[in-house]
Design a protein around this ligand. Structure first.
Ligand code: FAD
Length: 515
């Protein structure tokens, strides 16, 4: 007999993991071993456009988890399963083979995953296996933050106020889930379980070969200990602009000329792409290598407060408001499944006329649009698998409003390159930029990429770092090089004229479907 915890793409950690903690409790109660499984489902990765970087990051984290569970005599068994349709049957067949009595998992809120889990429940019932699912991804579980009319919020600010007051009235929601208890050593003697310990974590999944694995390993080291160091780096150490392209918290020299820690300067500096002031925790949060609860607990500890301070008064408070955005978009996805089905949240924009221009799309992807801030953003994504938030907005707004290319193509490309690719946040960010989403940027407020560049990169260091052709440019030219300077430096001409493109976008959004 056994109890099984099914680990998923977004809960890659041993500590503070609700389903794992409860599975362990059940195994202890029943006096049976706890087994952990992870199913690699390439068809699901394709359906989600997941990047090879994200898959590689998953495998690296699984290796680290396998190593942490080994001293507890808990096996982590990883299996590649190609047919997503038959995945529920596979899980149940494994459970029956091990004579498992219970299955525990944390909920995945994406629509296909919810459907899959319904099937798992049906099959488990037929086979007399108990199943329990847990809310673990968000600070407040989806469905709990509702308007007075009992409806899900579609605007962030009132959502955030309600979210905050609920957490502060239910501080136990932030409690850390206990670590799993060890299995008895005898588990190794059972041949059915012994092979689970011996099965290695694959190095690579076919079709998802990560071409820059070594660079990714250096920039985004796996494991909860690394994630905790990235959190400490944000909360306690100061930023250096020379760290723009490096995140490895283990790299020497985190000191700086800055007077304040990253967290303290977050309030004023978070929109600055030329500084390294944000946490860079998104790959770890997206994969659940660290829990959002742990981030908030540590930020409260830093401020010495017993209630969450998600306000604009402090850097840390502002940061917790960003974590609230993560909850918001997951709640939106859970309440409105159409957003994870490629449909605009605001259905009237389903008929906006998009340009089909393969050459423009390709130039955008490669960071050769001739608009330095957009090119720097795209090259940062291509190089690091991560882009600063402000630059994600600038790149997304440019694709959808200046090039008038369908936001879904941008959404897909981001998923394909990002190591932190997350359906809810990525879709939320894209639909915000394309003005089709919940609480979006109104369609008539179109970013001027050159002005954005002056604000987000006043020193020009960000552009110079990621667009080396422009390294020699100084002063305002860096944001919008003259045609002659660009030609001399081998930098492309802008694909479109911003003012004309802006007028086209306004026309098309004003009366969608007309042109
Ligand atoms: P910090 O500023 O340190 O914020 C802390 C954490 O809060 C982040 O790690 C993240 O988990 C959360 N967060 C911050 N901003 C947002 C936001 N706007 N929406 C949701 N959560 C947020 N974030 C992803 O995690 N995955 C994505 O695939 C993703 N795609 C995006 C696409 C577009 C077009 C846009 C505009 C934004 C996208 N974001 C995405 C949100 C945001 O850009 C990143 O979370 C952030 O840049 C990560 O850097 P950080 O960890 O240093 O953030």
């Amino acid at each position: 007999d056994a109890v099984v915890y099914w680990m998923r793409m977004e809960d890659l950690r041993v500590s503070d993991n609700r389903a794992l903690a409860r599975a362990s409790g059940q195994a202890q109660k029943d006096g049976v071993p706890l087994l952990v499984i992870f199913i690699i489902s390439p068809q699901d990765h394709i359906a989600h456009d997941r990047s090879a970087r994200r898959i590689d990051f998953t495998l690296r984290n699984l290796s680290s988890i396998k190593a942490s569970l080994a001293p507890l005599n808990i096996p982590l068994y990883t299996k590649i399963h190609t047919q997503r349709r038959t995945l529920p049957a596979l899980v149940i067949s494994l459970l029956t083979h091990w004579r498992a009595t219970h299955l525990f998992a944390n909920i995945e809120y994406e629509v296909d995953e919810l459907r899959r889990d319904i099937r798992v429940c049906e099959l488990a019932k037929e086979n007399g296996i108990g199943v329990e699912f847990f809310h673990d991804r968000c600070l407040v579980e989806p469905g709990k933050v509702l308007t007075k009319e009992g409806k899900p919020y579609t605007i962030y600010s009132p959502f955030q106020r309600n979210w905050l007051s609920q957490i502060n009235s239910n501080l136990s929601w932030l409690d850390e889930a206990p670590p799993p208890s060890p299995n008895p050593k005898s588990v190794h003697e059972d041949p059915a379980f012994k092979i689970l310990f011996e099965a290695p974590i694959p190095d690579v999944v076919e079709g998802f070969e990560c071409m820059d694995r070594e660079e990714m390993k250096e920039m985004w080291p796996a494991g909860t200990d690394s994630a905790k160091q990235v959190l400490i780096r944000f909360l306690h150490t100061k930023s250096r602009s020379s760290q723009l392209g490096a995140v490895n918290p283990l790299s020497p020299g985190a000191e700086t000329s800055d007077k304040k820690s990253r967290a303290a300067s977050y309030k004023d500096m978070r929109d600055r792409g030329d500084r390294d002031t944000t946490s860079r925790l998104s790959p770890y949060l997206a994969a659940g290598v660290i829990s959002a609860r742990e981030c908030v607990r540590q930020s409260m500890k830093l401020l010495g407060v017993t209630k969450i301070q998600a306000t604009r008064d402090t850097g840390v408070g502002m940061w917790v408001m960003e974590i609230a955005w993560r909850d918001f978009y997951t709640h939106v996805m859970a309440a409105f499944p159409r957003v994870s089905m490629g449909r605009p949240f605001q259905e009237k924009f389903a008929v906006v006329k998009w340009e089909t221009n393969e050459e423009h799309l390709q130039s955008w992807k490669e960071g050769r649009t001739g608009v330095p801030i957009v090119d720097a953003a795209m090259r940062q994504g291509n190089k690091m698998g991560w882009i600063h938030n402000r630059m994600r907005m600038a790149a997304a707004m440019y694709l959808t409003k200046d090039l008038m290319i369908d936001w879904r193509l941008g959404e897909k490309y981001f998923m394909e390159i990002l190591i932190d690719g997350d359906l809810a946040s990525n879709n939320g960010g894209w639909q915000w930029s394309a003005s089709t989403g919940t609480d979006p940027q109104p369609y008539f407020r179109i970013f001027n990429p050159y002005k954005q560049s002056e604000k987000a990169d006043p020193t020009g260091d960000y552009i110079r770092y990621f667009v080396p052709e422009l390294t020699k440019l100084r002063g305002p030219d860096i944001h919008n090089p003259s045609a002659s300077a660009a030609a001399k430096l081998g930098y492309p001409k802008p694909l479109v004229n911003h003012d004309e493109a802006r007028k086209r976008a306004l026309r098309r959004y004003k009366t969608p479907g007309d042109e």
